[in-house]
Design a protein around this ligand. Structure first.
Ligand SMILES: [Zn+2]
Length: 419
């Protein structure tokens, strides 16, 4: 009976996904459209300036009409049909610029960031609107661009790739592309082995292991010769450096155009950059990129922490980070695993332990899910679901129950069609 139920639901799922693909194919080509723009930021303001559109073979994201994924990012992008106004695709993401704004104290300091957003390539003329939210989650229009399909697109430069993990289900796969950074002469084999090691970390860890057959992972090499001989200088220049925002371990790149240029020879939804060093460091931006130093003793834990940010929009559950000028917000927080209790119902209020006091006192270690004070770089006024989680401690090797649930929901939203 159990087998029959599983079989029936598998068939229903396949039919649903086929229907979604029909809809998708009506509106989209199997190509990726990328918009690049500049975000010109001061501490208190941000202005968007369109720079270019590019297209490339294959689309690695969901094949749903209108994205069903939740929106936890600073940015919200909407692609609409130019004639009817029908919303065809939506997408949310985070970049470095919003974080930078919370690190500076000089009101007049200005910095320009190059940023990108991806979407499936529409068959007909369409409009891209990108919105950016303020600290109270009010979205303002940031970029608006009409797409004249014949005049404004060009092909992305071709690179070379190899598949190291292939999804084996009927649902839409989650496509991850891994890029090399700081790899030198004769280190192609090391890069491939590092990428395979990371694929195992992902597919062996909860809760990803329950859905490991839904992931496809590609690696990209910068040039054909490197692919053929595996012996050339692969040192890339994606712009990664330590000490981002004066945090020593914080490695990130402001050159996201180069990252997307390199990734775009594959169909991708998520990008992971491996930094070839044994130092400790990494970063993760929701629906943008994850990077990590691959040879450190904590690399596996660090990867799963940073991928929690990049894949599921999870916020940091730790308290102190002197770099950020974060004040507890008057409005509910964006990260799904943090709350200031102004709208707890929209968070995990329905999943707290029976009789858990809210806020939950520190000493109530018997409570699995409550609202423990401290998180999002604030010791007061911000609450997290559990006492311990890998989004709080680098050497705690589990996600808490709520973070686990959010990751599972994200996997399902990205792979299964829902009405
Ligand atoms: Zn958590």
């Amino acid at each position: 009976m159990k087998t029959l139920t599983i079989l029936t639901s598998t068939i229903l799922l396949s039919v649903s996904n086929l229907m979604a693909q029909d809809d998708f194919n009506q509106w989209f080509l199997d190509r990726t459209l990328r918009i690049d723009y500049n975000a010109i930021c001061t501490r208190d303001s941000a202005e968007g300036m369109y720079t270019s559109l590019t297209t490339s073979e294959g689309w690695g994201g969901e094949r749903h009409i209108v994205d069903h994924c939740p929106h936890y990012g600073t940015y919200y992008m909407e692609l609409s049909d130019a004639t009817s106004g029908k919303v065809l695709y939506t997408y949310s993401y985070n970049t470095l610029s919003y974080e930078w704004q919370s690190t500076i104290t000089e009101k007049d300091e200005t910095k320009t960031f190059t940023e990108s957003a991806i979407m499936p390539m529409p068959r007909k003329a369409a409009v891209i609107n990108i919105y950016r939210h303020d600290s109270c989650n009010i979205y303002s229009k940031f970029i608006s661009k009409k797409i004249n399909l014949s005049l404004e697109t060009k092909n992305a430069p071709q690179k070379y790739s190899e598949t190291i993990l292939q999804a084996t289900t009927d649902v839409d796969p989650i496509n991850i592309t891994i890029l090399p950074e700081w790899y030198g002469d004769n280190q192609m084999d090391k890069f491939l082995n590092d990428a395979k090691k990371l694929a195992q970390w992902l597919t062996n860890s909860e809760p990803y292991n329950k859905y490991s057959n839904r992931f496809t992972i590609n690696v990209v090499m910068p040039n054909k010769e490197a692919m053929m001989t595996r012996a050339l200088n692969l040192k890339t220049s994606l712009g990664f450096n330590f000490n981002t925002f004066n945090i020593e371990r914080y490695i990130a790149s402001f050159n996201t155009k180069s990252i997307y240029d390199l990734a775009q020879s594959t169909a991708f939804r998520h990008i992971i950059i491996l930094i070839n060093t044994d130092q400790y460091g990494g970063s993760g931006f929701y629906n943008y990129y994850t990077c990590l130093c691959i040879d450190n003793e904590y690399s596996q834990e660090l990867f799963l922490h940073e991928f929690g940010h990049a894949f599921a929009g999870l916020g940091d559950e730790y308290e102190k980070d002197v770099t950020y000028n974060v004040e507890p917000s008057q409005c509910e927080l964006m990260a799904p695993n943090l709350t200031n209790l102004t709208d707890f119902k929209s968070k995990w209020a329905d999943y707290i332990d029976k009789n858990a006091p809210i806020p939950t006192p520190k000493n109530r270690t018997d409570i699995e899910v409550g609202a423990f004070e401290g998180g999002g770089y604030c010791s007061k006024g911000v609450y997290r679901p559990s006492a311990n989680c890998r989004m709080r401690y680098k050497d705690y090797n589990h996600y808490c129950k709520i973070c686990t649930q959010i990751i599972e929901e994200t996997i399902i939203a990205q792979t299964e069609w829902q009405k």
